[in-house]
Unconditional design. Structure first.
Length: 367
């Protein structure tokens, strides 16, 4: 898969941009705050309708404007696609594939897939559990439409349940509605756990290989999925996980009402990471945790390839500058195959090391 051409209008700091890309490597050069990351963000959003930075879609619209658009000519599944997203303040977004309106972002993910790697991802191992849940969610929402729907359903039910528990002291009758939201959370939560467990099994294999290679065979990376304590086997069928979640809810109902908090569920999941058998988050060095985070992102790309038999777009947002020369060389040797976008502040040696095109960005324009 690849993006041949991209057009942005009123997106972040881009008033109007029309650019054509190379099918292999695209190096995007520019000083800080010129729009390099915004360009990659547009590509990520086009592949998933999920921004790696914005909390709300209105943040993507240029300051002082009321609407924006992203358009791309793409090639995937042996055919050409025209992908379009239009955002407008106060209105629902519009998504078109080959001029045909679609409702779900997962329809875009069926066409394009992207693995986005930014400097913040290097903290993936040392950050809190929320960062590792986001890593799983970002990967799985592109790969499994059922997962994306379950995650959306779970979050809605969780928010309703949280408000009910929070306000139950003032409005006790709200508690009568709790069983309905418990049911929804168990139904969608079982799907989430089912897919996360399988993803972590593949992550253990591929990230383990990448980490071993990057560390010169000196270290072993361990990965273990952690979920609700009463789930005896996260790899069990969805029906079994659902039954165990319902049992867990029943046993914690009184405690949740007393604390007025939603105490457990996949919203508390985590990935336990070890290096050489030792808790990586607590005891590993910065270099070790960066190598592990790098291994996670490279593994995400391999998992995508395995499941879809296609190579996703790889977007490296100013990551190489944060790595030492040995890790830089390892990454550059591993990104061959598929379309790649790399941002950096100075062209340095990337333009000569990697075949493809070099773009210079200044104040939201290619110069």
């Amino acid at each position: 898969m690849r993006i041949d051409a991209l057009a942005l209008r009123n997106f972040r700091n881009y008033d109007a941009l029309n650019v054509t890309f190379a099918p292999d490597c695209n190096v995007i050069v520019g000083e800080n705050a010129q729009g390099k990351t915004n360009l990659l963000e547009a590509i990520v959003y086009l592949s998933s309708t999920r921004s790696p930075r914005a909390r709300a879609e209105k943040e993507l619209i240029s300051f002082g404007k009321s609407e924006c658009s992203i358009k791309a000519n793409a090639f995937a599944r042996n055919r050409d696609f025209l992908l379009e997203i239009a955002l407008a303040a106060g209105r629902r977004r519009k998504i078109l594939i080959n001029k045909v309106p679609v409702k779900k972002g997962s329809d875009l993910s069926d066409v394009l897939g992207a693995v986005y790697f930014c400097p913040e991802d290097l903290l993936l191992i040392r950050d809190g559990a929320a960062a590792r849940r986001k890593f799983m969610d970002d990967a799985l929402c592109q790969l499994r439409a059922r997962y994306a729907q379950a995650l959306s359903d779970y979050h809605r039910a969780y928010e309703h349940k949280t408000r009910i528990l929070r306000d139950s002291e003032e409005y006790p009758s709200l508690l009568d509605t709790l069983p309905e939201f418990d049911l929804r959370m168990a139904q969608s939560g079982a799907v989430i756990i089912y897919y996360r467990a399988r993803f972590c099994e593949r992550l253990k294999e591929y990230a383990g290989i990448a980490h071993r290679e990057c560390s010169g065979g000196r270290e072993e990376l361990g990965v273990e999925y952690q979920t609700v304590s009463t789930i005896s086997d996260p790899l069990a069928p969805i029906e079994t996980i659902y039954d165990q979640l319902r049992a867990h809810q029943a046993s914690h109902a009184a405690a949740e009402r007393a604390s007025r908090m939603c105490l457990s569920g996949p919203h508390k999941d985590d990935i336990a990471v070890t290096i050489g058998g030792v808790n990586a988050r607590q005891f590993s060095s910065q270099g070790q945790t960066r190598t592990a985070a790098l291994a996670f992102k490279l593994a995400e790309r391999e998992i995508y390839r395995e499941i879809t038999s296609r190579t996703p777009l790889l977007l490296l947002d100013d990551v190489l500058s944060e790595l030492d020369p040995r890790r830089q060389e390892y990454v550059l040797n591993r990104i061959l195959g598929g379309q790649v976008f790399i941002t950096c502040c100075e062209e340095d040696r990337l333009g000569t090391l990697l075949s493809g095109k070099v773009f210079h960005i200044s104040q939201g324009a290619v110069v």
